[in-house]
Design a protein around this ligand. Structure first.
Ligand SMILES: Nc1nc2c(ncn2[C@@H]2O[C@H](COP(=O)(O)OP(=O)(O)OP(=O)(O)O)[C@@H](O)[C@H]2O)c(=O)[nH]1
Ligand SMILES: [Mg+2]
Length: 205
């Protein structure tokens, strides 16, 4: 039945709000892993095998064990509450797929920028992109074994982040950890929107 307008009968369960979130960051940082870990449906992936033809183009340092890469996007879904469903879009990590980003970013409420402290600078392009678009984002440091642990304020300073941008640690393979990142992002995005709405309104008399 189509309850497209205001014809929904009293007492009918309201449709959940669907929100689009991007999961971004450098090559091999764990974007596909995170979307897969939190998604309650089988995630859609567009993985291609890394081949000899990528030698000299795809920088595998730090992720030598990696055999595939995302060429278009990852897609997954997570229900946060009865009235809130997040649709997750993982971006491709390599520079040669930048052209996909504008399509993916359309209508996104916010973004997770995943970072690997062994290759921290790889997340600069994502941060620049979201800062440029005014898209609220959080930085989630994916804790790979063997990577040096930095304090969150060190990461914040190294990335030259605005003090309001949340930085947190995560394990992209763990559902609960990834869910916490998404909830932090939602709270940050809501706060940012509220602050922007307030400054856009005329001051009260
Ligand atoms: N040890 C460890 N390995 C991880 C973690 N997250 C991801 N990996 C591994 O790191 C590799 C890269 O993960 P992906 O999820 O494919 O990374 P991606 O960011 O989607 O990569 P691209 O799409 O190619 O940019 C995979 O082999 C994962 O199993 C983590 O938190 N810890
Ligand atoms: Mg991927």
């Amino acid at each position: 039945m189509d309850y497209g307008h205001s014809e929904r009968p009293a007492g009918a369960t309201p449709l959940p709000t669907a929100i689009k979130i991007l999961v971004a960051g450098g090559f091999g940082v764990g974007k596909t892993t995170m979307v897969g870990a939190v998604s309650e449906t089988r995630p859609l992936r567009t993985e291609e095998v890394l081949t000899e033809s990528g030698v000299g183009i795809d920088d595998l340092s730090g992720v030598e064990g990696k055999t595939t890469t995302t060429v278009a996007m990852d897609f997954g879904r997570i229900t946060i509450s009865d009235d809130l469903v997040l649709y997750l879009f993982g971006t491709p990590g390599q520079d040669r797929f930048w052209f996909v980003w504008d399509e993916l970013a359309l209508g996104a409420l916010g973004a997770v920028v995943l970072a690997d402290t062994r290759r921290l600078a790889d997340c600069f392009p994502s941060i620049d992109y979201f800062e440029g678009r005014g898209t609220p984002f959080v930085v989630a440091v994916n804790c790979f074994e063997g990577a040096r642990q930095y304090r969150l304020d060190e990461v914040q300073a190294a990335l030259n982040l605005d003090p309001g941008v949340p930085v947190l640690l995560c394990d992209a393979r763990q559902r609960e950890s990834s869910k916490e990142v998404l909830i932090t992002l939602m709270e940050h995005a809501m706060k940012t929107r509220e602050a922007r709405r307030r400054t856009a309104l005329p001051a009260p008399e």
